[in-house]
Write a new protein. Structure first.
Length: 130
């Protein structure tokens, strides 16, 4: 394993955690009447963003010459993930709800980490193609 593949592996793992976690253990609120709140749709959007980043990370592993471009593409996806819960898509208003106590903080940390790792990967992929 090459040192330059480590960022792609880390982003892949974090992105899978985002996609799976947003629908399961880090997911949105479950309302008592069975209805979906706005936080449900934020979780669905994070599923899509996490899945997109996972595919980009897999492509970075398969196509090493395009690695830097793929890392650059991961940056706006990470920013969109940071802005999704609570900014782009509303979540519940009550501070004690699951989406505010679990989902939003976890997604901010995970997308923040993918942003930093993608930046590191972009810098390490510069120059000679991995």
């Amino acid at each position: 394993m090459n040192k330059k593949t480590i960022p792609a592996l880390i982003v892949l793992i974090l992105s899978i955690l985002i996609a799976v976690g947003s629908q399961t253990f880090l997911g949105a609120c479950v309302h008592g009447d069975g209805s979906f709140g706005a936080c449900h749709w934020a979780a669905r959007a994070m599923l899509a963003l996490g899945g997109t980043q996972a595919v980009m990370a897999m492509l970075a592993l398969v196509f090493p010459k395009q690695k830097q471009g793929l890392y650059l593409g991961m940056l706006p996806v990470s920013v969109a993930g940071l802005l999704t819960p609570g900014t782009l898509i509303d979540i519940c208003k009550v501070n004690t709800m699951r989406c505010r106590m679990v989902m939003r903080p976890a997604m901010l940390v995970l997308f923040g980490l993918t942003l930093v790792i993608a930046m590191v990967g972009c810098l390490t992929a510069r120059g000679r193609n991995a």
